[in-house]
Write a protein that binds this ligand. Structure first.
Ligand SMILES: *Cc1c(COP(=O)(O)O)cnc(C)c1O
Length: 403
C-alpha cells in the first residue's frame, strides 16, 4: 500500500485506516495521456465528469483540482457573499468550513447527532427559529445582524445527513443547500445518491476517498447555467476562445486530464469499492458490537450507506479504556486507528465562530476511533484488528468493573 503524504504514522502501519486501491487500467490511461500529449485538457476529464454526474443523478459535472476548490466554486454559484453566514456541521473535515471563509463568509457550526454522528437537524432548526429573524426579504442572525444565506450539509464518514429535514428547513428559510458528499459517494438517501439530491453537490477524489483521481474534485448540478459558470470560473474566467480576455476574476481550479485518467479507471471499479466498504463495516459490527461500551453507526434496513470509514464509539466507563488508549495500544501491532476530526468550533482556525450546541460533537470526538477500512483490507487482517480490540476489552473490562 503506497503511503499517503499528509497522514502521520501511515507508512509505519501495516494496516492503515485508508489507502488507494490502484490497478493496470490507471497505468494504461495515464500512458494514453502521455502518448497523446494531453496532460491538462483532454477527453478523460469530460468522460469522468459525465460518469460521476450520471452516477449521482445530476445533468452536469465540472471537474476541479480538489474537493476544496469544488466547494469554493459551489459557494460562489450559490451566491454566498462576503459577510454572509453559512451553516455547517461542526463535526467534519475542515475543508468545507475553510471554503466558506474563501468567499468572505462566516461559518456557523451545528452540533452532531449522537446516533448518526451527522448534523443534528433539531439544532439547525433551533438556530434558525431562535437566533434568526426575517428582515422583510431575508434571514438575518439577530445577534450579529449578518444575512444567513446557505447550508453546507456534509455527509460524514459515508453516512447520509438528514436530507429530508435539512431540505425542508432550507426551503422554509430560503437558504441555498450545498451537499458536501466528499466522504459519501454512492451513499443513498431514500434511494437517491447523495450529492445528487440538493441543487449542488461536491465531491473529492483525494487519495483516501472511495475512488481517487490522485487528487481532484467535482461540482455536480442539474442547472446548466451554474455548470457553465463553474466551468468558466475554474478556467481563469477566460472570456474568448481565441483572445486571452478576462472580464472576471477566475481560478486555476480545473481538473487535469492526468487526474481524469485515474478517475475514469477507478470509476470502473466503483461498485467493488462500495461493496468492500460495506463488507468491512458489517464485519466490524459483527465482531465488535457486543463488547461493553462499544457502539457503531448502524444502517437501517431500507438504507444504503457506503461507510467510507468504519469507526467505533467507545464509552471508557464501560470498556475500561479510552479511544486514545486503544489507539496507542494497537499501534505497536501495526494497526493504525485515527480519532475523528477536532470539532471545528474548537479549531483555532475558526476561533470566534458561533456553534449551536457542540457537546455531542465533543463527546464523539473524544470517544470515536476510525479503524482500518481500505478497500483491499483482507478478511484475515480485519480479524487481526477485531482480535486486538477484543483482547483489550477482555483485559480492560475487569479493571472497569473493579473501579
Ligand atoms: C476530503 C474532503 C474534502 C476536501 O477534499 P480535497 O480534495 O482534499 O480538497 C471536503 N469535504 C470533506 C467532507 C472531505 O472529506
Amino acid at each position: 500500500m503506497a503511503p499517503l503524504e499528509n497522514d502521520v504514522n501511515l507508512s509505519a502501519a501495516s494496516l492503515p485506516v485508508y489507502g488507494p486501491a490502484l490497478g493496470d487500467q490507471e497505468i494504461a490511461n495515464l500512458a494514453e495521456c502521455i502518448r497523446t500529449g494531453q496532460l491538462i485538457h483532454g477527453p478523460f476529464v469530460t468522460e469522468f465528469e459525465r460518469k460521476i454526474a450520471e452516477f449521482v443523478g445530476h445533468a452536469h459535472g465540472v471537474g476541479t483540482n480538489s474537493g476544496t476548490a469544488a466547494l469554493h466554486i459551489a459557494l460562489l454559484l450559490a451566491g454566498v457573499k462576503p459577510g454572509d453566514e453559512v451553516l455547517i456541521n461542526t463535526l467534519t473535515f475542515i475543508a468545507p468550513a475553510n471554503a466558506i471563509t474563501y468567499v468572505g463568509a462566516h461559518p456557523v457550526f451545528i452540533d452532531a447527532e449522537l446516533d448518526t454522528w451527522q448534523l443534528d437537524p433539531l439544532r439547525l432548526q433551533s438556530f434558525l427559529e431562535v437566533s434568526c429573524r426575517w428582515d422583510g426579504v431575508r434571514l438575518v442572525n439577530a445577534t450579529t445582524g449578518r444575512p444567513v444565506t446557505a447550508i453546507v450539509l456534509v455527509h460524514f464518514l459515508g453516512v447520509p445527513g438528514d436530507l429530508d429535514a435539512v431540505c425542508a428547513l432550507a426551503d422554509r428559510y430560503n437558504l441555498r443547500l450545498i451537499e458536501d458528499a466528499a466522504q459519501a459517494l454512492g451513499t443513498e438517501h431514500r434511494g437517491r445518491r447523495v450529492g445528487g439530491v440538493g441543487p449542488i453537490g461536491c465531491f473529492s477524489f483525494y487519495g483516501n476517498k472511495l475512488i481517487t483521481a490522485g487528487g481532484g474534485g467535482m461540482i455536480v448540478t442539474s442547472d446548466a447555467e451554474w455548470a457553465a459558470r463553474a466551468r468558466y470560473l475554474v478556467n481563469q474566467a477566460k472570456d474568448d476562445p481565441v483572445e486571452t480576455l478576462h472580464n472576471n476574476i477566475g481560478y486555476n481550479y480545473r481538473m487535469t486530464n492526468l487526474h481524469g485518467a485515474i478517475g475514469c479507471a477507478q470509476f470502473e471499479r466503483i461498485d467493488r469499492h462500495i461493496e468492500a466498504k460495506r463488507r468491512i463495516a458489517r464485519r466490524y459490527a459483527e465482531g465488535l458490537a457486543d463488547l461493553p461500551g462499544v457502539s457503531l453507526v448502524s444502517e437501517p434496513d431500507d438504507a444504503f450507506f457506503t461507510f467510507w470509514l468504519s469507526s467505533i464509539r467507545v464509552d471508557p466507563a464501560l470498556f475500561g479504556m479510552t479511544a486514545r488508549e486503544i489507539l496507542a495500544a494497537v499501534a505497536p501491532l501495526g494497526i493504525q486507528t485515527i480519532p475523528l476530526y477536532q470539532p471545528l468550533h474548537l479549531s483555532k482556525a475558526h476561533a470566534g465562530a458561533r456553534c449551536e450546541g457542540g457537546e455531542v460533537a465533543e463527546l464523539l470526538a473524544q470517544q470515536c476511533l476510525s479503524l482500518p477500512s481500505s478497500v483491499d483490507l483482507a478478511p484475515e487482517d480485519q480479524d487481526r484488528v477485531i482480535g486486538a480490540i477484543r483482547a483489550l476489552a477482555a483485559e480492560a473490562s475487569p479493571r472497569a468493573s473493579a473501579a
